[in-house]
Design a binder for this molecule. Structure first.
Ligand SMILES: Cc1cc2nc3c(=O)[nH]c(=O)nc-3n(C[C@H](O)[C@H](O)[C@H](O)COP(=O)(O)OP(=O)(O)OC[C@H]3O[C@@H](n4cnc5c(N)ncnc54)[C@H](O)[C@@H]3O)c2cc1C
Length: 306
């Protein structure tokens, strides 16, 4: 743990690390993605428990500033004390090897103004906490159906790196999208393309998608990464069709009309409410239900038009 942690909190769960990492690689490819390499000695202690491990970055508000790290309360809710809170963004490690001091990720470059990665350069430092949200495939299951928008391509590549040789990934990706240059799947995988809705997430019901992937509810897990309303709709459809919620790994990556900071603020209120109601927010299915309930808040008039 790094000395700049605000104050002592609970010990992080085994295999999880929080540290300051150096940006040691940052390459823009010709296909609209940025490939970033981070290095920190502490990464050698990170132990992902499954595929596609996720981490958060703490990005200082001022370029070149030392990244702050939070402290946590007993429920692992972060606090910044007297420090200026950083920008916080989540990404997915691609090809992390336990024991390695390198974490790499691929971010989609949407050409947004004032994008944090446009202000970032090799040599900068970022706060890091990870890993979480690893995908562990039950022994009876041999297919991961992964449905995502372009920002999920790094995660789809990471999902293809399964410990078990008999697990295949069937990726369902938006028609017409370009796969990032230099981002490889570990083994030959199946890929289908489906026309996207307005948020870039493949359109279609669970019946369409499971038919395309030729899976049934009993022999697959479903992974979803994309805009909140889009993933919430497909999640609800799959549950209604009989897929056990524990078989669905849902990542509401972003919310239309909100920055991730704003979306995280909404999530924080939902989590506080769930804690006050005595819910176990460490349970993955409960956490998913809490996060997807944000889709029911309809203050954005464009919600639902995915
Ligand atoms: C667990 C997890 C893992 C993730 N892994 C990855 C990853 O490996 N690679 C990756 O590229 N992204 C990943 N994401 C998604 C990424 O964190 C979000 O897209 C984040 O909002 C990007 O921050 P930003 O600074 O680009 O945009 P923000 O400042 O958060 O948002 C600015 C505007 O852009 C919109 N916006 C945000 N993201 C998108 C998008 N993807 N498409 C269209 N509009 C968008 C927002 O609604 C807002 O209006 C992950 C998210 C989560 C929760």
């Amino acid at each position: 743990m790094n000395a700049s942690v605000a104050n002592a909190g609970p010990v992080l769960p085994p295999g999880m690390v929080m540290t300051v990492a150096a940006v040691t690689g940052l390459e823009r490819d010709g296909s609209g993605f940025v490939h970033v390499r981070l290095e920190a000695d502490a990464f050698a202690h990170a132990q992902p428990s499954g595929a596609a491990p996720v981490f958060k970055l703490f990005i200082p508000q001022e370029k070149g500033a030392h990244p702050p790290l939070p402290s946590f309360d007993a429920k692992y809710l972060p606090s910044w004390g007297d420090q200026k809170p950083p920008t916080v963004r989540s990404y997915t490690a691609v090809g992390f090897t336990p024991g390695s001091t390198v974490v790499a990720f691929t971010a989609v470059d949407r050409g947004a103004e004032h994008w944090w990665l446009d202000r970032c350069a090799v040599g900068d430092q970022l706060g890091f906490i990870g890993f979480r949200h690893e995908v562990v495939v039950p022994p009876s299951v041999s297919t991961v159906v992964a449905v995502g928008d372009v920002s999920a391509f790094g995660a789809v590549a990471a999902l293809s790196r399964q410990d078990r040789d008999d697990v295949n990934v069937h990726a369902v990706l938006p028609t017409g999208s370009q796969w990032p240059e230099g981002l490889s799947m570990q083994r030959p995988q199946r890929v289908s393309t489906v026309a996207a809705g307005s948020t870039g997430f493949p359109r279609g019901s669970w019946a369409d998608i499971s038919g395309t992937a030729a899976v049934t509810e009993s022999d697959c897990v479903l992974w979803l990464g994309g805009e909140l309303a889009a993933v919430a709709a497909l999640h609800a459809d799959a549950v209604a069709a009989g897929l056990d919620p524990s078989r669905i790994f849902t990542q509401p990556y972003w919310r239309k009309g909100r920055t991730r900071d704003e979306f995280d603020g909404e999530m924080s209120i939902l989590y506080q409410g769930a804690l006050a109601a005595g819910e176990d927010i460490s349970d993955r299915v409960t956490a998913t239900r809490i996060e997807l309930s944000a889709a029911l808040c309809t203050s954005n008039t464009e919600e639902g038009q995915y």
